[in-house]
Design a binder for this molecule. Sequence first.
Ligand SMILES: Nc1ncnc2c1ncn2[C@@H]1O[C@H](COP(=O)(O)OP(=O)(O)O)[C@@H](O)[C@H]1O
Ligand SMILES: [Mg+2]
Length: 370
Amino acid sequence: MVKKLRIGLLFGGRSAEHEISLISARSIYQNLDSKKYSVTLIGISQDGRWYLQDDAKVLLGTKGMALKQFSPRGGELSVKPAPMSGKNLAVAGAKAGATPRIDVVFPVLHGPYGEDGTAQGLLELAGLPYVGADVLGSAVGMDKEVAKRLLRDAGLFVAGFRVLTRHEHGKSRSLAGKLAREVGYPLFVKPSRMGSSVGVSRVVAPGKLTGAIKKAFRFDDKLLLEKEIKGREIECAILGGDTPRASLIGEVIPGQDGFYSYRAKYVDESGVELVIPARLSAKQLSGAQQTALKAFCALNCYGMARVDMFLTGRGRIFVNELNTIPGFTSISMYPKLWELSGLPFPKLLDELIRLAIQRHKRKAKLRISR
Ligand SMILES: Nc1ncnc2c1ncn2[C@@H]1O[C@H](COP(=O)(O)OP(=O)(O)O)[C@@H](O)[C@H]1O
Ligand SMILES: [Mg+2]
């Protein structure tokens, strides 16, 4: 019998996108081929505690707000190097003997403390292969300001923006209004390092600016005031390492909120229509794919990313953002686009795991450490 690869599914986490991570992790868990993999569940609660297997399963099975009341029955994790192998890592349960080995970690953590390079840094330190972008790619992908500068540097179109930090805002209350005038209305106010549209507002007039800024500062110390791009919202899934591939394109058609809001994403599904594949000409399709591939490389991504773009009436493509750990529910754009492009969900996971191992092996050959 072929030995199964031991996958550590890392989910939950401390970010505002905790609940989304649970839904993504659940569908990855269901789609990992049980003939090839044995899965160790590693759940991180909202207060940052790590739980293993049975306790993590409770975490995985709990929906929405109830999670906040979840009280674990022990089995809390300590992460420490395995005694027999410096390369591998044992995720040790509190009880002696409960030390499952892990070959590859699949981080399914959306937002800060997971998608931003923090989890990736821990896994690098532990010497474990893991799925997706590395520390750098994750960190720049998470920070919308840094990402936009790099995309612009790569010759791609991005929406004009201004940055407002809490510090600057505290020093000068008129600064926000000045920056907004420079950008022009309508504009978007957003935390630089968040996701799932948390803290994002569309501001049509100066009177609504203060409220939007206050809301966004709840989630980050740095905000973007961004010019509205009038166009279709399209998304492309990228998969690969040195020679990444682009999927077909999907389209998001927002409803009543006028943009792809948190509510439209997770609360009221009638608030949005997802069209997969998007109705595009051959030229638009290849333009969007080429742009997405360029963006993936510009941000030093690896493995996977969903590239979100705007297609304007004049046929110009703007890159909005990249998600290095995209949503992975069975109806999410990333797995759906690959399915449509001929790669079913379980095969997509196989490929992501293969890429993780390939990068790890390559890095092991570098003369970085003694
Ligand atoms: N510059 C913009 N022009 C038009 N719509 C935008 C702009 N920025 C954001 N949006 C809308 O807001 C949504 C959320 O913004 P986004 O930058 O993608 O943040 P998040 O990382 O939270 O998803 C987008 O999907 C889009 O509908
Ligand atoms: Mg987005």
